[in-house]
Design a protein around this ligand. Structure first.
Ligand code: NI
Length: 199
């Protein structure tokens, strides 16, 4: 089941250059299982949800129904419902969504959010910025307000609009600990960036 899912997911992400390549999926899977080792939870549901979490992402051309179709007949109805509920509920969408209902969901969401911060987070953000043709930095341009997806922005502003907020949105104690260190690195990166930009 895991192998089959891996093949399916690998094919979906094969041509991704937006920071959501298969290596991202592998890191989320590994991190989710690592968090689960201390926090608990059903490992099969966690691993499948982690593997499939971006296959439903509309901005990557995915749909939730393609995940449902893949899972049907392969896992129990309950497990399928749970996995779909996790994937549907875990995206950021301005940061004002209710917390996920189950431990498994909270763990996978934490793992995905941890991959958006720290050094990997910085790298993925610039990769995504280049793909969407966002300017790297525009001095004086203020970060967008939550929910605003249309005003001009920049890759540096994305840190203030989303990435620096993720530390306080972690669900589990294990993820909070890892997030502290990664957050501190991003703050340091932004300080150095400003310093070198302005010198
Ligand atoms: Ni993801």
């Amino acid at each position: 089941m895991i192998n089959e899912t891996e093949q399916f997911v690998r094919a979906f992400h094969a041509t991704d250059f937006s920071g959501h390549d298969y290596a991202h999926i592998e890191r989320v899977r590994k991190m989710a299982l690592q968090i689960a080792a201390t926090e608990g939870g059903d490992l099969l549901t966690i691993e499948l949800a982690a593997l499939l979490h971006d296959v439903a992402d509309e901005k990557l051309g995915g749909t939730l129904s393609s995940v449902a179709l893949f899972l049907s007949g392969k896992v129990s109805d309950d497990r399928q419902r749970h996995i779909l509920q996790i994937i549907d509920g875990m995206s950021f969408k301005g940061g004002d969504r209710p917390p996920l209902e189950t431990l498994e969901g909270r763990i996978v969401q934490d793992a995905d959010r941890l991959d958006a911060i720290g050094a990997i987070g910085v790298a993925r953000t610039f990769q995504y910025g280049a793909l969407t043709q966002a300017p790297m930095h525009v001095p004086g341009l203020r970060p967008r307000k939550p929910g605003d997806r249309t005003s001009p922005s920049s890759t540096i502003n994305h840190f203030y609009e989303k990435l620096l907020l993720l530390k306080d949105l972690m669900n589990t104690e294990t993820a909070k600990g890892i997030a502290e260190e990664r957050h501190a690195f991003m703050v340091e990166f932004l300080e150095r960036f400003q310093k070198e930009w302005e010198f």
